[in-house]
Design a protein around this ligand. Structure first.
Ligand code: WT7
Length: 633
C-alpha cells in the first residue's frame, strides 16, 4: 500500500491541515512514492495570481516508468488490463503488466519509426480498444503530446482539434463499434485531413473490418509496423513541466479549449487522488465505464489505475448493447469491485426497472463512483435499495478537465456522506465561496461561486497556444483564485453541493435559484425521468423559470404540470413556481451526456436563431422537435 493512503477520518483531518500549512513537505513526501530520474529542486513555485504555477521543478521523470516499469518486479504477472469487446461473444483481450509494458514499448518504436519526437503532437481518434491506451502511453514514453479526440466527432470538429494543436501524426482505426453501428473512423479522418496539412502520417488500426481507402505515402496499417517492433524502449526523461497531453473540453460555448496538462504534477495528483478515492485492495477489479476521450478516461481509466498497479476493465461498446443488462453482465463476468461512471448509468437502470440487477451476481461490488452530473436523490436512494444497501456505497466525485483529477469526494469509509452532496475537498484542495464582488462568503448553509485558493499539483497549466484565454477564463474573474465556473452550496458540516454552473443561476425577483437544485426536486416525481430548468427574461420578475421534462407513463400531462408547479412552490417558495413546463421526448445532450442548457435557454428565450454550434450534440434532432413544439404552443 502506498504511504499516502488516508486511513480514517482523523487521518483525513490531519492530511487536510498539513496540505495547507506544510504544503511543500506534504507533497514532497507523497512524491517520494514515485520513481524519478532526477529529483526536484522546488516542490512548488509560481502562483495563481501570476498564472505560472509549477510543481516539482528541476525533476526528470517519465510517467510510463511509474505506470509500468516500476510494477514489473512486484506485479509483472498481475493483470493490468482486461478488454471486454462490444460483441458479448467476442474475444476478450488480457494484458499483464509485463505484456502491457512490451506493447507500449513496441508502439513507442512504431511512432518513432514514422518520425514522432519529443514535443510533437499526436492526435488519437480510436474506438475503445487496448491500442488506444497503448498509444497514449507510447506517446508519453517518447515525450510526444497526445491529444485524444472522441470517436464519433464529426470531421469538422476533428479537423479543428488537429489544426489547433498542429498534430503531425494521426492514429485512428478503420471503424469503432457503437452498439450495433460502426463509426467509420477512417472515412471521418480522411474528410478531416483535407483541411489539416500538418498531418504527415496516419496509422490505422484494424478493428471493424471496414473497407477503407489508404493514401499512399501517408497511411500505414498498425499491424504492419507494430508486430515486428522490439519490446523494450528507453523512456525519455521529461522535465516536470513538459506537456503530457492536450484534451479539448466539450465547451458548451465557443471554440473548444485545448486544456494542457504537464508531466510531474499530473502524475502525482492523479495517482494520489485515485488511491484515496477508491481505496482498492490488491485483488480488486476496477472498471471505469466512461470513454477514454474524456478527462475521466485519461485520469481514472489509464493513468490513475496504472500508477497504482490496479487491474482494470475496459469496455469497448455502448452501455446498453445488446441490452440494458450489459452493464451488470460485465460487472458479473469480471467480478468488478469498483465501478466508476456517470450518474446516467444509475438513472438509466432505474428507468428500466430493477430486473436487470436481479439477474446478475453483483455481490463483488464495493464502490460505485459517479462523476459529471449531480446524482439525483431519487436515483441515489433507488440505487441503495436495489443494488445493495450496505455493501456497495455510492461515491460522488466532482472535478473538471481543468482540475486533472477529482477535487471533491463523498469518500466512502473516510468521511460522512450525505445524499446529493458531492462531499468534501481532498487534501490539497482549498475551496472558497466568493460572491459577485469577490468577497468571501463565510458561515454555514451559504452559496457562492466556487473557487480554489491554492495551487494543486494536477491543475491545468494552460490552454494550448492561448495562455491569455487561460488567464481570462479561469483567473481573471477572481484574481489570485482559480474559478471553476460552478456555483456551490456549503452546509454546516463543510460538505459541498453543486447548485449549477455560475451562469445557470436564475434570479427570480432577487431570489437566486440553482437550476440543479430545482431539477433535483422535479426529478423526485415518479413520472419524471429527467428534467432541465433554464431562466428566461421576464418583465416583472427579471427572470422566469422554464422547465423541460422527460416523463414516462403519464396519462394526464396537465396534472403532472400542475403537480410540478405546486411541488416547487411548496419546497422552495412562491417565487420558485415555474412559468412554463414543457414535456419533451428527450433533452439535447453533448456526447458526454451533459444536458445543453445553453440550447434550451435559447429556445426558452424565444431566440432559437442563436442556437449556435450543434455539432457536439448527441441528438441534434430533438432540438428541432422542441423548438417546433414551442412555436406551435
Ligand atoms: C463540469 C466539468 C471529470 C469530470 C467530467 C466532466 C460538472 C462534474 C460533477 C458532480 C455535479 C459535476 C461541473 C463541472 N460536474 N462532476 N459530481 N456533480 N456536477 O468534466 O467536461 O470538464 O465538466 O462538470 O459543472 O464544472 P468537464
Amino acid at each position: 500500500m502506498n504511504s499516502y493512503r488516508i486511513k480514517n477520518r482523523d487521518d483525513y483531518d490531519r492530511h487536510y491541515r498539513r496540505g495547507r500549512e506544510d504544503a511543500k513537505n506534504f507533497w514532497a513526501e507523497i512524491a517520494e512514492n514515485f520513481e524519478w530520474m532526477e529529483r526536484w529542486e522546488k516542490t512548488q513555485s509560481g502562483s495563481l495570481t501570476n498564472v505560472d504555477v509549477k510543481w516539482f521543478e528541476g525533476a526528470k521523470l517519465n510517467i510510463t516508468v511509474n505506470c509500468l516499469d516500476r510494477h514489473l518486479k512486484t506485479r509483472g504477472e498481475k493483470t493490468a488490463l482486461i478488454h471486454e469487446p462490444s460483441d458479448p461473444n467476442g474475444a476478450v483481450a488480457r494484458y499483464t503488466y509485463r505484456e502491457l509494458h512490451h506493447s507500449v514499448c513496441k508502439a513507442a518504436h512504431m511512432l518513432q519509426a514514422i518520425g514522432v519526437q519529443k514535443g510533437d503532437r499526436v492526435c488519437l481518434s480510436m474506438g475503445m480498444v487496448p491500442e488506444l491506451l497503448i498509444t497514449m502511453l507510447a506517446c508519453a514514453r517518447i515525450g510526444a503530446i497526445h491529444s485524444v479526440a472522441l470517436a464519433g466527432l464529426e470531421s469538422k470538429s476533428l479537423a479543428d482539434r488537429i489544426s489547433d494543436a498542429g498534430c503531425t501524426v494521426l492514429v485512428t482505426g478503420d471503424g469503432a463499434f457503437q452498439g450495433d453501428k460502426i463509426i467509420p473512423l477512417k472515412d471521418i479522418a480522411d474528410e478531416a485531413l483535407k483541411n489539416c496539412p500538418s498531418v504527415k502520417k496516419v496509422i490505422v488500426h484494424r478493428r471493424g473490418n471496414c473497407h477503407v481507402s489508404m493514401e499512399e505515402g501517408r497511411d500505414l496499417w498498425w499491424h504492419e509496423i507494430f508486430d515486428g517492433m522490439p519490446q523494450e524502449f528507453d523512456p525519455r526523461g521529461m522535465e516536470a513541466e513538459d506537456p503530457l497531453f492536450i484534451l479539448y473540453t466539450s465547451g458548451s460555448t465557443g471554440r473548444p479549449k485545448g486544456i494542457l496538462h504537464t508531466c510531474a504534477g499530473y502524475m502525482v495528483w492523479t495517482a494520489y487522488t485515485f488511491d484515496n478515492i477508491f481505496q482498492m485492495q490488491r485483488d480488486d477489479i476496477y472498471w471505469c465505464a466512461i470513454d477514454i476521450g474524456w478527462i475521466t478516461g485519461h485520469s481514472y481509466m489509464v493513468y490513475g489505475p496504472l500508477l497504482n498497479g490496479a487491474s482494470l476493465v475496459m469496455y469497448e461498446g455502448a452501455l446498453e448493447y445488446p441490452d440494458r443488462g450489459r452493464l451488470w453482465e460485465v460487472v458479473d463476468k469480471y467480478r468488478v469491485t469498483h465501478l466508476y461512471g456517470a450518474p446516467a448509468i444509475v438513472r438509466a437502470v432505474m428507468a428500466h426497472g430493477a430486473e436487470a440487477t436481479k439477474k446478475y451476481d453483483l455481490r463483488t461490488l464495493k464502490v460505485m463512483g459517479s462523476v459529471r452530473n449531480p446524482i439525483a436523490q431519487k436515483a441515489w436512494l433507488w440505487y441503495c435499495e436495489n443494488v445493495d444497501k450496505e455493501k456497495c456505497r455510492i461515491l460522488d466525485t466532482w472535478w473538471q478537465t481543468e482540475t486533472g483529477a477529482a477535487m471533491l469526494v463523498s469518500f466512502t469509509s473516510i468521511t460522512e456522506q450525505q445524499h446529493t452532496f458531492e462531499g468534501r475537498p481532498l487534501p490539497g484542495v482549498y475551496p472558497v465561496l466568493l460572491d459577485e464582488r469577490g468577497k468571501t462568503v463565510t458561515g454555514n448553509n451559504v452559496s457562492g461561486n466556487f473557487c480554489i485558493e491554492r495551487a494543486w499539483p494536477g491543475m491545468a497549466r494552460s490552454i494550448y497556444g492561448d495562455h491569455r484565454r487561460f488567464e481570462q477564463t479561469y483567473f481573471k474573474p477572481y484574481p489570485g483564485h482559480y474559478f471553476t465556473g460552478d456555483n456551490y452550496y456549503r452546509n454546516e458540516l463543510g460538505l459541498f453541493k453543486i447548485k449549477g454552473r455560475a451562469d445557470d443561476i436564475i434570479n427570480v425577483a432577487g431570489n437566486r435559484l440553482g437550476t440543479i437544485e430545482l431539477e433535483n426536486i422535479i426529478n423526485q416525481s415518479e413520472w419524471v425521468v429527467e428534467s432541465a430548468v433554464v431562466g428566461f427574461p421576464h418583465e416583472d420578475k427579471g427572470q422566469g423559470i422554464y422547465v423541460y421534462i422527460v416523463a414516462k407513463g403519464v396519462e394526464e400531462e396537465e396534472k403532472l404540470v400542475d403537480q410540478i408547479k405546486a411541488t416547487l412552490e411548496e419546497q422552495i417558495g412562491i417565487f420558485a413556481r415555474p412559468d412554463k413546463v414543457q414535456l419533451v421526448s428527450a433533452l439535447p445532450k453533448t456526447r458526454s451526456g451533459k444536458i445543453t442548457h445553453r440550447i434550451l435557454r435559447a429556445i426558452a428565450e424565444g431566440n432559437p436563431g442563436s442556437l449556435g454550434d450543434m455539432s457536439a450534440l448527441l441528438n441534434p434532432n430533438v432540438v428541432e422537435e422542441i423548438r417546433k413544439a414551442v412555436i406551435s404552443s
